[in-house]
Design a protein around this ligand. Structure first.
Ligand code: FUB
Length: 320
């Protein structure tokens, strides 16, 4: 029999050697989709749609966005659902894909919803003093509505906002389905400045994402359907874009793959969704994450999906 002090040491040792809690998919209690990520104060904040479709449902059932955070990419803390369709009084349904950024100490969350009065999807902006909320509608109206763009007749061509702020402080909103569009944002982040422009990238479906590494800008998106994640690079936030290739190949049992790319604690990561959680399907997806690597020439290495996910990467001061 172990003495009390020896037992305590053994238990402490067990805790140190305990396997990391989370692999992929990251969350097993609910279905999640459309990841957006923000790194702030040594934590990564993850915003996901909550897929509530039943197995027999034939369409998305998304009413709210859930928020999680981690300081080591392995252990995730749940922060509830501080954002939902009702955050926007002018919206009636469909908490589809979103993106978030921080500016001047405030957190701006750009989200796709179905508009009550103007047929089709629209994009709203919510704002908070904290990455975990509470959030409120920053404008009281949509920043983008379906009638502002005329390139396609479909009602869902104004979805999937991606917000990016350049070195000089100029912010951009990219979005779209079938046709990729962008607009410059004013420093207040809730109005646009100048015209809406379109961008021609090969086989664009949706889920554009813009990030920068050094002096290279990376524009990534979902192409084809079933979707795969591909990217171009360019010398500025608006191109010109040179197609570079595949980042992640299509999923086996869901057509979409929506991704987000961030740097956290010295490493780069790509969040995405698949349908690998038991019971998963087209409208019952699950968010996962992998480490993303750059080659010496700045190109992105193909990222295989794994069950393990990335290794633990505790940021300074990380305590769960
Ligand atoms: O979740 C609804 C829609 O499916 C998103 O807006 C798209 O990116 C696709 O993932």
């Amino acid at each position: 029999m172990l003495k009390k002090s020896a037992l305590a040491t053994a238990v402490a040792g067990l805790a140190l050697c305990a396997p990391a809690t989370a692999g992929n998919p990251l969350f097993s209690d609910i279905f999640t989709a459309d990841p957006a990520a923000l790194v702030d104060n040594n934590r990564v904040y993850l915003y996901v749609g909550h897929d509530e479709a039943k197995p027999e449902d034939k369409d998305y059932v998304l009413k709210e966005w859930r928020v999680y955070s981690s300081c080591d990419m392995k252990n995730w803390k749940a922060h509830g659902a501080p954002l939902n369709v009702q955050t926007f009084a002018w919206a009636k349904a469909d908490a589809w894909a979103a993106d978030i950024t921080k500016r001047n100490g405030k957190y701006y969350f750009y989200a796709t919803v179905e508009h009550k009065d103007k047929p089709g999807k629209a994009i709203g902006v919510a704002v908070s003093d904290s990455p975990t909320g509470p959030f409120k509608d920053a404008r009281g109206s949509a920043i983008i509505t379906n009638d502002m763009t005329k390139e396609t007749d479909i009602a869902w061509d104004d979805i999937d906002p991606a917000v990016f702020t350049d070195k000089n402080g100029q912010a951009y909103l990219y979005w779209g389905n079938q046709v990729l569009k962008y607009v410059k944002l004013k420093p207040n982040m809730i109005e646009f400045e100048g015209p809406i422009r379109t961008v021609a990238v090969p086989h664009f479906t949706e889920a554009s994402y813009l990030h920068r590494r050094g002096n290279t800008y990376y524009l990534s998106w979902s192409r084809h359907f079933p979707e795969e994640t591909v990217y171009s690079t360019g010398p500025s936030a608006t191109g010109p874009w040179t197609y570079r290739g595949l980042i992640m190949e299509k999923n086996a049992n869901v057509n979409t793959i929506h991704h987000a790319i961030v740097d956290f604690n010295g490493k780069s990561y790509i969040f995405y969704h698949n349908a690998k959680l038991p019971g998963g399907a087209e409208f019952r997806r699950s968010v996962a994450v992998e480490e993303l690597h750059y080659n010496a020439d700045g190109t992105i290495r193909f990222v295989p999906q794994t069950d393990e996910g990335p290794a633990g990467n505790p940021a300074p001061g990380c305590q769960g």
